[in-house]
Design a protein around this ligand. Structure first.
Ligand code: C5P
Length: 201
């Protein structure tokens, strides 16, 4: 049976890699909902109005490597506190979740706000230090110059903003399965996620 899988968690917890792997293994479609906020944040950095940018967003705008920079990540978490921006992005995410053939959505509020009826919900966490190390490797691997201290400070600033906001804060759904990837390699994390999903099928 094809269903909706909601994967939430903080930056660099492993939720994106896990979500992609789940989608591939199960033959489901995958939506990284962080890209929606990054696309809006990116346009705001260029001087756009956040709500207008969210309302005009198209699926094509999500396919853009320049959305992956730390600067855009911070801009994304700033526009993500705005209730009207979040509201403007709901329909796109819910339509994706309801598509035939099953869908995996990853983000911060998928299990709590976007798809509270999702058949399987995962909450993926890891220590801030381990997440910063992963993100540092990823960024330097792409040729982006930074330091581990800067990345850790960015991760903590985003955690605080994402967990502390009034609208759709990052938190586990009551019925989410928690996966702590701090001491796991990616294969183990994927296996744990698949096991949790299969238990719901
Ligand atoms: O997941 P990613 O790091 O790409 O997300 C960028 C930012 O977008 C997050 O820090 C968060 O503020 C916001 N976001 C959100 N809700 C989602 C996905 C992302 O608020 N469902």
């Amino acid at each position: 049976m094809a269903f909706t899988i909601a994967v939430d968690g903080p930056a660099a917890s492993g939720k994106g890699t896990i979500s992609k792997a789940l989608a591939r293994q199960l033959g489901y479609a995958h939506l990284d909902t962080g890209l929606l906020y990054r696309a809006v944040g990116r346009q705001v950095l260029d001087g756009a109005d956040p709500l207008a940018a969210a309302q005009a967003l198209t699926a094509e705008a999500l396919d853009d490597p320049s959305l992956r920079t730390p600067e855009v990540a911070q801009a994304a978490s700033k526009v993500a506190v705005l209730g009207d921006v979040r509201a403007a992005l709901v329909d796109f995410q819910r339509a994706f979740a309801r598509r035939d053939g099953g869908a995996v959505l990853d983000g911060r509020d998928i299990g709590t706000v976007i798809c509270p009826e999702a058949e399987a919900k995962l909450y993926v966490i890891a220590s801030a230090e381990v997440r910063a190390e992963r993100r540092f490797k990823e960024l330097t691997g792409k040729g982006i110059e930074t330091t581990l201290e800067t990345v850790l400070a960015d991760v903590r600033a985003r955690d605080e903003r994402d967990m502390g906001r009034a609208e759709a804060p990052l938190k586990p759904a009551e019925d989410a399965v928690h996966i702590d990837t701090t001491a796991m390699d990616i294969e183990a994390a994927i296996a744990a996620a698949l096991g949790a999903v299969r238990a719901r099928q």
